[in-house]
Design a protein around this ligand. Structure first.
Ligand SMILES: CC(=O)SCCNC(=O)CCNC(=O)[C@H](O)C(C)(C)COP(=O)(O)OP(=O)(O)OC[C@H]1O[C@@H](n2cnc3c(N)ncnc32)[C@H](O)[C@@H]1OP(=O)(O)O
Ligand SMILES: CC(C)C(=O)C(=O)O
Ligand SMILES: [Mg+2]
Length: 516
């Protein structure tokens, strides 16, 4: 597809200004610099580094970023006040390409109650502030705060004033996230059509997410003629946040057929930027967040996993690599099917016969019903356990234990002895002791317990326990392993596995075996 300059959408990142306005998201100078460096590496066109008049700290941040970053324009916000504009210009002195972003509200509500100014006074303030900024710097952006609740005639008059005074970018924000996509697109079309010299400025969107429409509105604004989008990494920002940069950029990249625009963003840096912003602000990214959420490229359902293994395009509309995610994850869980389980076993280095595979898959599904997250370690433990015990004479069918803090426990156990189920109820000084006593009763074996060890395979209270039991009988020593998320069951499996090994040793060292 050919890409013309008319279709180029400029990305204006305001993570460090509007993003920082999220309660609790304050950043230090060093943190802002680190984020600015990543934004520059992403080829962001404009970085709004702060609001220079807000505090000395904000001034120093804008100043430091302006000096450090060479390949993106650096911008400072300023009210329609000469002092704000002078402070912004001072902070931007070292910038390779600095921009002053001055704004004033234009909606009746904001003008009457907040600014307590008459519309004519606002027009006068626009003229004065933009002209003043333009005398200090050639790159001036003007914003009509609360544009989407502004009367269209007055909005056109305000925009015309700003362009006449020298604004090179005109931003029409949906400050309170009130607009719908059709309305927002129509506002741009109307203003661009009606304002003389509208073509002398680039129009910009700035959308908030109060109704969850920030990205949809931004894209609608582009359709209406805007060519700059103001957005933040992870969509952080005032109240419900700003439009998320990663979503806008990837929507444009992925749906070029219906969104015939292009940005200069290096999308492979998206994940790095997202992680950094999340770490610095302490705002974790929800798992199901588009593009950068932990589940954005993860699949657990068997049907989806099967599709993914056959052709990733069945369930992924963009590649994980394109946004800097190393690879797709097929999450193993109760919704997974045989294809994904077989693929996982292959990845873990197992080659099982049909019967062993069938048994492992059954146990995996059972585990999935009981356990939320199934990790590779769980599958390894499960398969090792299954493989080790598959041909054994004694198999654990079921164990129920009851114990109390006064040191009494009882084990109700059923063990298959070459296919014949035998059940006993036996006491012990604790649940594991009771289970081991019960096994001894069923098997008729009385080996000496040399070692009993338990460790958790993964983390969390639903982690599988992996037990090792070492038994000794007439100088023969064997180790047995067992895994289960119920520790007593894991211990019983380990004990039975060791007992089976002892049986094999007994047979191998029996007089007839020795003479054979
Ligand atoms: C939609 C947006 O995101 S706008 C940006 C919001 N961001 C911030 O406010 C963060 C940084 N802000 C600050 O640090 C402070 O608010 C400052 C330094 C800007 C101003 O602080 P203060 O002088 O103490 O004023 P305060 O914040 O209490 O009130 C804001 C004043 O600015 C006026 N004001 C608001 N917007 C504008 C504007 N665009 N142009 C001119 N004046 C404005 C208000 O009417 C009010 O004026 P008043 O003091 O005459 O009543
Ligand atoms: C300052 C302006 C651009 C703003 O953040 C808004 O209107 O939301
Ligand atoms: Mg905003």
């Amino acid at each position: 597809m050919s890409q013309s300059d008319a279709d180029r959408v400029y990305i204006f990142d305001t993570t460090l200004r509007d993003g920082e306005q999220s309660p609790g998201a304050s950043m230090t100078l060093e943190e802002k610099l680190r984020i600015a460096e990543v934004l520059e590496a992403m080829h962001v066109d404009v970085i709004e580094a702060g609001f220079a008049i807000a505090s000395n700290g904000d001034f120093e941040c804008v100043q430091a970023i302006a000096k450090q970053i060479q390949n993106s324009s650096i911008c400072s916000l300023a009210r329609a006040a000469l002092g704000d504009i002078d402070r912004a210009a001072e902070a931007l002195k070292g910038a390779a390409n600095g921009r002053i972003h001055t704004f004033i509200a234009t909606s009746p509500l904001h003008m009457e109650y907040k600014l307590q100014m008459q519309p004519d006074e606002v027009i006068e303030a626009i003229h004065k502030s933009v002209s003043h900024a333009r005398n200090l710097i050639p790159n001036v952006e003007w914003s009509a705060e609360d544009a989407t609740r502004t009367e269209i005639d007055f909005l056109c008059k305000a925009v015309e004033t700003a362009i006449r005074a020298g604004a090179t970018t005109i931003n029409l924000p949906d400050t309170v996230g009130y607009a719908t996509p059709d309305e927002y697109a129509e506002m741009f079309r109307s203003v661009i059509a009606r304002v003389p010299d509208a073509d002398k400025a680039i129009f910009s969107t700035h959308c908030h997410n109060d109704l969850g429409l920030a990205v949809a509105n931004s894209l609608a604004g582009i359709a209406g003629g805007a060519r700059q989008v103001e957005c933040t990494i992870n969509g952080i920002g005032e109240r419900a946040g700003n439009a998320a940069m990663e979503e806008i950029v990837m929507a444009i990249k992925t749906r070029g057929d219906v969104l015939p625009y292009h940005t200069g963003i290096e999308t492979k840096e998206i994940m790095r930027a997202s992680r950094l912003v999340s770490t610095v602000t302490g705002f974790s990214v929800q798992n199901n967040k588009s593009i950068v959420g932990a589940n954005a490229f993860a699949h657990e359902s068997g049907i989806h996993q099967d599709g993914m293994l056959k052709n990733a395009e069945t369930y992924e509309i963009m590649t994980p690599e394109s946004v800097g995610v190393t690879k797709t994850t097929l999450v193993m869980g109760k919704h997974s099917g045989r294809h994904a389980f077989a693929d996982k076993l292959k990845e873990l280095g197992y080659q099982l016969g049909d019967n062993a595979f069938h048994d492992c898959f059954r146990r995996f599904k059972e585990l999935g019903d009981r356990k939320k997250n199934i990790y590779d370690e769980d599958i390894i433990a499960l398969v090792d356990d299954e493989v080790a015990t598959a041909s054994n004479r004694f198999q654990l069918v079921r164990v129920n234990t009851y114990s109390s803090s006064d040191g009494k426990a009882v084990s109700d156990i059923t063990i298959s002895d070459a296919g014949d189920d035998k059940s006993v109820v036996v006491y012990g000084s604790g649940p594991v002791d009771a289970a081991f006593n019960a096994i001894k009763t069923v098997t008729g074996m009385e080996p000496h317990l040399q070692l009993f060890q338990v460790h958790a395979v993964t983390q969390g209270t639903d982690a599988q326990a992996e037990c090792t039991v070492r038994l000794e009988e007439n100088g023969r020593t064997v180790n047995g392993q067992g895994a289960h998320e119920d520790t007593v069951t894991a211990a019983a499996r380990a004990y039975i596995s060791a007992v089976n090994k002892l049986l094999v040793k007994r047979e191998k060292t029996a007089p007839e075996a020795l003479t054979a």
